[in-house]
Design a protein around this ligand. Sequence first.
Ligand code: NAP
Length: 527
Amino acid sequence: MQITGDMLIGRLAVRGSDKPLHAFNPSTGEEIAAPVFGSGTAENVTAACELAQKAFDPYRSLPLAVRAEFLERIADGIAGLGDALIQRAQEESGLPKARLEGERGRTMSQLKLFAQVVRAGQWLAATLDSPLPERKPLPRSDLRMQKIAIGPVAVFGASNFPLAFSVAGGDTAAALAAGCPVVVKAHSAHLGTSEMVGRVIQQVAKDMDLPEGVFSMIVGAGRTVGEALVAHPAIKAVGFTGSRAGGTSLMQVAARRPEPIPVYAEMSSINPVFLLPNALATRGAAIAQGFVDSLVLGAGQFCTNPGLAIGIDGAELSKFIETASAALSAKPAQTMLTSGIYAAYQQGESRLAAIEGVAPVAHGIEANGPTQACAALFVTDAKTFLAKAELEDEVFGPASTIVRCKDAQELAAVAEHFVGQLTATIQMDRDDLPAAKSLVPILERKAGRILVNGFPTGVEVSHAMVHGGPFPATSDSRVTSVGTTSIERFLRPVCYQDFPADLLPEALSDANPLDLWRRRDGEIVRG
Ligand code: NAP
């Protein structure tokens, strides 16, 4: 497939007339000469959003089997791009081939999983309350409820997942599954990869003769096309993964609209790991190795990267710090996704090192490339941690801090102090159960996912997964951005009162032609 540098608006390839953009190769530190990408304008955003609005009713009204087939054919189309997609993604992201192949697999299986979800129809949440005509003092109407698509959705591709959380990633898959047209704002860190995947979606939509506008992809700066997209009246929800500054800024744009809309932003998290005493005593060395491996995975550019470990001071914790330091010192520097992310990491690391009461204890092998990050480990005490709010700021990359607590009370105080997190991890043995039991209620209030004896990197795409959490981990703690229930973000309930049978939506008709499990007078029944 030839990459042209165009945007994809409905069925057209459109040349952006604003500032020209080049893709960037972080491994060489150089721009990729051709093609040049044209940034879009507010007019391009309007064109994409108007098409999306027009496509909304026809798209959401298609049989569920057609919607499911759309998702499956996108997955097959991505497979059909073969090695060319991986090569381009490697060139633009600096990520290793094996990682990108795994990510492509995840992207495809995510789309296919959502196809199954669409067909099964549980997301409709079909609910029927029988009328009670004889009820006194007032009769009850016939009430039936189902969920419908919220409207066209704006998706901001993530820098750190060029495939699985970008053009055809989790947000897009969930929105299309819900019945929402999607307008993607491609991330400038992987413009060519975005175009390749976008063209697959565009072609599948055309081949299936789906309403034009079911998918568009805009290129350009966040402050211009990104803001214009969120502000456009046709857009009814936003999916975003990125920085806290970017996410909160888009939340403000959405809140200032005449019709405010939800922004589902997944932003920053430092994913604390609690090292309980018996676990440290019996297998501290193995935990230290696993912790460091998780920390440096993908150059630390995961939202679930373990940026903090907390333990009770003593010989076992000192041993843990020693082993982790030795493991980290042997880790090679790795290329980061963009020069901006690299610069932010350098600043973050220097910021940590400059905090009074924080000591650097280990550094990875020195860099030999332009945007390579060295892993870094710091140690502090609970008193310092509790006093310095900046220790809770995400440093996006392979840096982590170990917090020494004087006792269990101080450890609990550190847990209580946290702002919202995507994950919290407990390393425990059987004898740590009482301590873990007192920690869990605190962590439930702080995090979207609580792990025992694992490491937070690696997010399964499944039915029970929660990739969410209280602010600032996300903008809305009630939902997840990974897993099948992420579809909930793009749905809203509608109640149909006293509808004649032939006006009812299929999912709510007495004959139940979709063969759904439904809540009928409070009971879950197939019928
Ligand atoms: P970002 O700067 O937040 O950008 C993400 C996307 O949002 C980009 O498309 C960007 O457009 C757009 N955007 C940013 N600010 C905007 C604004 N005020 N208005 C409208 N659109 C806006 O994130 P990034 O480029 O991926 O990485 C930068 C930093 O984000 C990293 O150093 C890291 O701290 C954090 N990050 C966190 C996670 C996580 O999962 N926790 C993941 C990735 C990044 P442009 O094309 O103009 O940049």
